[in-house]
Design a protein around this ligand. Structure first.
Ligand SMILES: [Zn+2]
Length: 270
C-alpha cells in the first residue's frame, strides 16, 4: 500500500498537465533473448515500508511489510536461479520517509539496471468494514482484488520504466492474473491514477518518491490486495508467490534482452 506514506509528497500534482505517451512497446522479440547477459544485469528488489512502519494491515492483522519481504525473497531466489546473480534486496528500518530516502540513495549508489519496489495493496479508509477473526476485530474490504503496476514520468528513464512495466503486466497476465482497474475510478479521489496501458495494467504515479528519484528504470508492483479476505490468503500462499516470481523473472529476462547496451554500460561503472 502506498497511499499513506506519500500523501505529504503528492501536493497538487496528481492530476497534472496532459501527457504524451511514448510509443507502445511490446514484448521483446524471441530473437533478441540470447543477448541478455543475466550475470551482469543488476536488479534491485525494494521491500516496501519498514518493520516499524509496516504499511497496510491485512484483513487478518498481518503487516504489509512481512508480505513484501516474503515475496521479495521468493522473487530474489527465482531471479538467482535464472542467472540474475546480481539481484539485491533493499531493506530499511525506522520511520517512513527517512527510510525511503535512504533506500533511494542506496539504489542510486548501486548503479542498477532496474528497480522493482514490492508492495501489497489496501483500500481507502472509507471502504473498510469490520469483522472478527481469531477473537479479534479487524478491518477488511472484499470490494477489490488484483495487482497493479505504477511508473513515474519523472523517473530519469521513464521510457524504459514503462517498457518494463508493460513486460511485467504481460507476464502476470500470461499467468492468468488480472490487474485491478479501480484506480481509474472517480471514487478513488486523490488516489485516482491514469491508466497508461489498459492491456497490462500499468498506471502513472508521478510523485512516488521511489520511482521519481531513482536514476534507473523503476516500477512499483502492488502484488495483490491483503485487505481483501480471500486475496490475503492467496497472497500468503507459496504457489502465488512463485507464480508472481515467475512473471517477474520472465519480464526481467525480456527487458534485459531488449537492452543489451545498458548492461555493458553499467558494467563499466562497477
Ligand atoms: Zn505499500
Amino acid at each position: 500500500m502506498i497511499r499513506r506514506l506519500f500523501l505529504p509528497l503528492l501536493a497538487a500534482a496528481l492530476f497534472c498537465a496532459p501527457f504524451a505517451l511514448p510509443a507502445q512497446a511490446g514484448p521483446a522479440k524471441a530473437a533478441l533473448a540470447p543477448s541478455c547477459d543475466a550475470a551482469a544485469f543488476k536488479v534491485i528488489l525494494d521491500v516496501g515500508h519498514t518493520p516499524e512502519i509496516p504499511g497496510a494491515i491485512s484483513a487478518r492483522g498481518a503487516t504489509e511489510y512481512d508480505f513484501n519481504l516474503r515475496l521479495a525473497r521468493v522473487i530474489e531466489s527465482r531471479l538467482n536461479d535464472a542467472g540474475f546473480a546480481r539481484t539485491s534486496v533493499l531493506l530499511a528500518n525506522g520511520p517512513a520517509i527517512p527510510s525511503l530516502v535512504r533506500r533511494v540513495a542506496q539504489a542510486n549508489a548501486m548503479a542498477a539496471d532496474l528497480l522493482i519496489s514490492v508492495h501489497h495493496d489496501s483500500v481507502p479508509q472509507g471502504f473498510k468494514l469490520k469483522w472478527e477473526f481469531s477473537g479479534r476485530q479487524h478491518e477488511y474490504s472484499d470490494r477489490f482484488k488484483g495487482h497493479s503496476i505504477f511508473v513515474s514520468s519523472e523517473n530519469a528513464d521513464y521510457r524504459n520504466s514503462l517498457v518494463f512495466g508493460r513486460l511485467l503486466g504481460a507476464g502476470l497476465k500470461e499467468r492468468g492474473l488480472q490487474y485491478t482497474p479501480h484506480y481509474t475510478e472517480a471514487f478513488m479521489g486523490g488516489k485516482r491514477r491514469q491508466l497508461v496501458d489498459a492491456e497490462t495494467g500499468v498506471y502513472r504515479f508521478d510523485q512516488l518518491l521511489i520511482l521519481k528519484t531513482t536514476r534507473m528504470p523503476a516500477v512499483l508492483l502492488e502484488a495483490g490486495s491483503i485487505i481483501n479476505r480471500d486475496e490475503e490468503l492467496v497472497m500468503a500462499s507459496r504457489e502465488r508467490q512463485l507464480l508472481i516470481a515467475e512473471a517477474v523473472t520472465a519480464a526481467v529476462d525480456r527487458f534485459c534482452a531488449q537492452k543489451p547496451g545498458r548492461t555493458q554500460r553499467a558494467s563499466t561503472q562497477r
